[in-house]
Ligand binder design. Structure first.
Ligand SMILES: O=C1C[C@@H](O)[C@H](O)[C@@H](O)C1=O
Ligand SMILES: [Co+2]
Length: 298
C-alpha cells in the first residue's frame, strides 16, 4: 500500500490549455481549470501560462479549491547559452516555486531541442550532444541542484522526446555524469514509451533517484502514425499520442508495484496533453483519478 500521507496526486493544466500550442484550449480559463482539477479529486497541480504570476493571488485561488503546487517546468539552456543566463532564470523560478511550497523543480535541457518545432520529425531529428555539451549539461545541472538545495528543494531532470536526453542510453549517461545528491530524475511514463524505451527497466534502475512522476499513457495507433508519417512532437500531441493513464498501451500495474515496494514519496502528476476539443479535460481527469484509485488505492 502506498502511504497516502507521502504520495500526493496532482494533474497538469496542459490538458486544459497547452502552453506549447496556445490555440489548444485557449477558451478554458484558469479558474475553470483548477476548479475541474479539484472536482475530479486532485489536490495538486503544476503551473500553466494562465496561472497568476503573483503568488498571493495564485495561492488564494488554489487554497479555495484545496490544491497546492507540485512543481513547474524549467527550460535550461546549459549546452547552448552562458551558464549565468540559465542560473538567473532558474533562481527566479526556484523562488517562485519555493513561495508556492513546492519541493521539486522540473528541469529539461532545451539546447538544440526540437520539441517545440511544428514541422521537424521527432524520430529523425532529435539532437545528440557532443562530449563537450554533455560536460556542460552535467556540471550546470549540478550547480542548479546546489541552488535548489539552498531552499531545501530538488532538481528533477525531465527526459523528453526531441531533446538530447530522451533514450535509455542518454538517461544512463546523465545519471552517471551527475552527483546523485544534486541531480534527481523525473519519471515520465509517456515520454519513455513514446521513445521506445522500457519504463519498467528504467524505473527499477533509478527508483531511489526518482523524486517526481508524470503519468501519461500512449495511444498505440497514433504512435504508429507518428512514425509512419514522420510527424513532429507537437503534431503527435495534436493527433492524440498522449492520453490519461489507463486509456492507452502502457501497463501501469508493474510500475506502481515498483514504486510502492520502494516506498516512493512525492507527487504523481497526471500529465496527458491532448486537444481539449476532442478530449474533454474534466472527463479525462475523472477517468484518470478513477484509474489511479483502482490500481493504487490512493
Ligand atoms: O512535462 C512536460 C511538460 C510539457 O510542456 C511537455 O511538452 C510534456 O510533454 C511534458 O512531459
Ligand atoms: Co512530463
Amino acid at each position: 500500500m502506498f502511504d497516502s500521507s507521502k504520495v500526493k496526486l496532482g494533474i497538469a493544466p496542459i490538458a486544459w490549455t497547452n502552453d506549447d500550442m496556445p490555440e489548444l484550449g485557449s477558451e478554458n480559463t484558469f479558474e475553470q481549470c483548477i476548479s475541474e482539477m479539484a472536482l475530479a479529486g486532485f489536490t495538486g497541480s503544476e503551473v500553466g501560462n494562465k496561472y497568476p504570476k503573483d503568488t498571493k493571488i495564485l495561492k488564494k485561488a488554489l487554497d479555495l479549491r484545496g490544491i497546492s503546487i507540485a512543481s513547474a517546468w524549467f527550460s535550461a539552456f546549459l549546452t547552448t547559452k552562458p551558464f549565468e543566463e540559465t542560473k538567473e532564470a532558474f533562481i527566479k523560478h526556484r523562488d517562485f516555486l519555493y513561495e508556492m511550497g513546492a519541493k521539486v523543480i522540473v528541469v529539461a535541457e532545451q539546447g538544440h531541442s526540437i520539441q517545440g518545432m511544428m514541422d521537424v520529425p521527432v524520430f529523425d531529428k532529435k539532437p545528440v550532444f557532443t562530449e563537450e555539451e554533455w560536460e556542460k549539461l552535467a556540471r550546470g545541472l549540478e550547480e542548479l541542484g546546489k541552488l535548489a538545495l539552498e531552499k531545501d528543494m530538488k532538481v528533477v531532470y525531465h527526459h523528453h522526446m526531441g531533446t538530447g536526453v530522451q533514450t535509455t542510453e542518454e538517461i544512463d549517461k546523465l545519471m552517471e555524469m551527475t552527483n546523485e545528491n544534486l541531480v534527481y530524475l523525473l519519471f515520465d511514463t509517456g515520454h519513455l514509451t513514446f521513445s521506445g524505451e522500457n519504463p519498467e527497466e528504467i524505473l527499477k534502475k533509478y527508483v531511489k533517484r526518482i523524486k517526481h512522476v508524470h503519468l501519461k499513457d500512449i495511444r498505440q495507433d497514433v504512435l504508429k502514425k507518428v512514425k509512419d508519417e514522420k510527424l513532429s512532437f507537437l503534431q503527435a500531441v495534436k493527433e492524440g499520442v498522449f492520453t490519461v493513464p489507463g486509456d492507452g498501451m502502457i501497463n501501469f500495474e508493474p510500475l506502481f508495484k515498483i514504486l510502492e515496494e520502494n516506498k516512493y514519496e512525492g507527487w504523481f502528476v497526471v500529465e496527458a496533453e491532448q486537444d481539449p476539443a476532442k478530449a474533454n479535460p474534466l472527463e479525462y481527469a475523472i477517468k484518470a483519478r478513477k484509474y489511479i484509485k483502482e490500481k493504487t488505492g490512493l
